[in-house]
Design a protein around this ligand. Structure first.
Ligand code: AMP
Ligand code: MN
Ligand code: MN
Ligand code: MN
Length: 279
């Protein structure tokens, strides 16, 4: 039985509500998921409560972007206290910065001829009672819906990918600050989906940052990539994680919910380390 430790809801750039995500996880026979929204822990409380009634164990998580020199690493935090004041404030700041950035990206796209409107884009603010974690995935979906691009990946390839004409960066903490932020909120940190294009020196810096583990199992990882990070984690005495990076909605990546993850014993190792961080 796999525990899927990487999923998104509509509190960030996923399509499903927390309740819909739990229902889908039940239907797929899962027992445990971690919700790892970008820059938000706000889906957790509702998901956790609903999970208790539906035999799904929901782990509080988050996905943060962190800088390592010029490289943007994604860092997953697990078993964080979703109500940690400093964490909540920091994530709220990140989400406000995302909103400002979304205005800039839409302006660039409008100048390039796209007919999309920022007001149609701002996600679920009523639901979250807070500023939503708007990202490029929201914008990509609108570009497809408006007919400006054929599909989701073309939106990134031609416009909003890191080298695209409408790309706008967002502010990040450094890798050290990010690992510390997660640890101070009682959580454990993992390098998300490193892939094999990452430079050795960057990987070295991340491994040395005090990070606890590596996401080995991810839909973007070929078998040899899995093997590489599995042995690296063993060699460096780091923990292993995995998940589908599920965003829902069909027009994102393939739907891999429950096809990637870790075993219960692997999850228990993560949990045991997190226990040592609780104040
Ligand atoms: P953001 O956090 O706004 O910079 O957007 C990053 C998110 O966009 C990722 O979490 C993915 O959901 C999505 N994404 C980024 N690059 C691509 C890509 N090339 N193809 C599909 N989705 C992507
Ligand atoms: Mn995403
Ligand atoms: Mn990511
Ligand atoms: Mn993700």
């Amino acid at each position: 039985m796999l525990c899927d430790l990487h999923t998104h809801t509509n509190f960030s750039d996923g399509v499903l509500t927390p309740i819909q995500l739990i229902d889908k996880s039940s239907a797929f026979g899962l027992s445990t998921i971690a919700i790892t929204d970008h820059d938000s822990t706000l889906a957790f409380t509702e998901a956790h409560q609903y999970g208790l009634k539906n035999n799904i164990d929901v782990i509080s998580g988050v996905e943060l972007s962190a800088s390592v020199g010029d490289y943007e690493a994604h860092i997953l935090g697990y078993f964080i206290n979703p109500n940690d004041k400093y964490l909540l404030q920091t994530l709220d700041d990140f989400r406000h910065a995302r909103k400002t950035r979304a205005f800039k990206i839409v302006e660039k796209l409008n100048n390039l001829g796209a007919k999309i409107n920022i007001d149609d884009l701002l996600p679920n603010e009523n639901e979250t009672k807070s500023v939503g974690a708007i990202g490029r995935a929201h914008i990509a979906r609108k570009l497809v819906a408006s007919g400006f691009v054929k599909n989701f990946s073309d939106a990134f390839r031609d416009y909003i990918g890191n080298d695209g004409p409408a790309f706008v960066p967002k502010p990040h903490f450094t890798i050290h600050e990010t690992v510390e932020l997660i640890a101070n909120a009682g959580g454990v940190s993992f390098l998300a989906h490193p892939g094999r294009n990452i430079e050795e020196i960057t990987l070295h810096t991340i491994v040395k940052s005090g990070i606890d583990g590596i996401e080995v199992y991810h839909p973007s990882h070929k078998k040899y990539v899995e093997r590489f990070y599995h042995s690296l984690a063993k060699e460096k005495n780091m923990l292993i994680s995995g998940g589908s990076d599920f965003h829902g909605g069909g027009n994102h990546e393939e739907e891999n919910l429950g096809k990637f993850g870790v075993s219960i014993p692997q999850l228990n190792k993560i949990k045991m380390l997190a226990e040592t961080r609780k104040k």
